[in-house]
Design a protein around this ligand. Structure first.
Ligand SMILES: Cc1ncc(COP(=O)(O)O)c(C=O)c1O
Length: 396
């Protein structure tokens, strides 16, 4: 089998041969021809429930996967270093400040295990991303959950008070499920305050949806890591980079802080393919901008559809919207599922709000009539909402 047919059998036949100028092992050449695996039945549903990116990984990332798959006999040390350096350069931090992970979920868990315990409470927003809360419960840490404000943003003043004497504060920004952000000046002031009033408390800022935020005062807290050993920032390739199934995430924090976290982090779960794909995707700014622009258009249309039908949508700065459907969201979720549209789970205590991820425009144009039918709202002509796209800021 030649290199071209091997790669075609990997299902990436579009990869140019220019990327295949490397030696192919005998074992690789002996890979039997395989039919592409059938997609599981669940994939046929309109999947807009897990905040995935519907557009697929960057072509440059797919190409990197194809290329490096043939070096899968080697441990991934070199790619670990390459991706670490690329991230460090992007954020202007030393490479020792970066910890890679097979998804950011493992980072969050390791941070909670490092700093929350039976005697060190865990502070979080309510509702917010639940996985760290579950980890905190697992270690028996007292929970200090702080309700979102009436604008569905993190209540930072209240969280600062709760942070006194706590082991860890978790700030999801943009917040999942509300899709709202806290502006950078407020978050900076919050971090400074917590460091001053409770210096042993750690602060974990989860920027999983960072690239989707359009709020003018939004920004990353990564530069503050240079100043504060208490601060840890988590990022993922699962969202804007469309690599949820590829599994890469990372933390940025001071080396001593990372040493502690590593006690609870396996540092495995990454392959030459995932690392090389992440590296290619991070360098592919053009593709990322394209993803961002497409998500923005879909978000505008989706928000307009709900608002035109009289439903309130939280200000949204992520790849999902949070809608007040004015009824139990579990029933709504199930009714949509039966009609082939899979949306997000319920987020207590806001059980009359539904979290809907942004699919492609085509997927949303199919999903919105389903939502309106289930909600008993008149059908919305999505094409007639086009004019709303041109009005500045009134929709988010
Ligand atoms: C806020 C937030 N953080 C982290 C994660 C985990 O992402 P991953 O483990 O895929 O990197 C998710 C997943 O949806 C999320 O919503």
């Amino acid at each position: 089998m030649n290199r071209r047919s091997f790669v075609q059998r990997l299902g990436v036949g579009a990869v140019g041969l220019s990327v295949l100028e490397f030696p192919v092992s005998a074992a690789a050449q002996a890979v039997p021809a395989a039919k592409p695996a059938a997609m599981p039945a669940a994939a046929a549903a309109n999947r807009i429930g897990s905040n995935e990116n519907p557009y697929g990984p960057a072509p440059s990332a797919v190409e990197a996967i194809a290329r490096t798959s043939l070096t899968g006999n080697r441990y991934p040390g070199q790619w670990t270093q390459t991706l670490t350096n690329t991230i460090a350069e992007k954020f202007s931090v030393p490479a020792e400040y970066v910890l890679l992970s097979g998804g950011s979920g493992d980072i969050l868990k390791a941070v909670v295990y490092s700093y929350a315990s039976k005697t060190k409470p865990f502070v979080t927003g309510l509702p917010s991303y639940e996985s760290p809360t579950r980890s905190a419960q697992h270690v028996g840490a007292p929970l200090r959950e702080v309700a979102l404000t009436s604008e569905l943003r993190m209540n930072l003043p209240a969280m600062a008070t709760k942070a006194i004497g706590a082991g860890l504060v978790y700030i999801c920004n943009p917040n999942n499920p509300s899709s709202t952000v806290v502006p950078l000046p407020e978050l900076t002031a919050f971090i400074e305050k917590v460091v001053k009033t409770s210096p042993t408390t750690r602060i974990l800022v989860d920027e999983a949806y960072f690239e989707y935020a359009d709020h003018p005062d939004f920004g990353t807290v990564v530069p503050l890591v240079m100043k504060y050993p208490q601060l840890i920032v988590a990022r993922t390739f699962s969202k804007i980079h469309a690599m949820a199934g590829v599994r890469v995430g990372y933390a940025i924090a001071q080396p001593k802080t990372l040493e502690t976290i590593k006690e609870y982090h396996s540092n495995s779960g990454m392959s030459v393919m995932s690392l090389a794909a992440a590296n290619a995707s991070l360098l592919d700014v053009e593709n990322m901008e394209k993803n961002r622009a497409m998500a923005r258009e879909v978000r505008r249309m989706t928000v307009a559809a709900f608002e035109t039908s009289g439903f309130t949508v939280a200000p949204c700065d992520a790849n999902f919207v949070f809608v007040n459907i004015k009824r139990d969201s579990r029933g709504f979720q199930e009714a949509c599922r039966q009609k082939g549209v899979q949306i997000g789970r319920a987020f207590p205590p806001m059980t009359s709000w539904a979290r809907i991820s942004l699919g492609t425009m085509e997927e949303m144009e199919k999903a919105i009539p389903v939502f309106m039918a289930v909600l008993g709202a008149p059908p919305v002509q999505t094409a007639s909402l086009d004019h709303l796209d041109r009005l500045p800021n009134e929709l988010t």
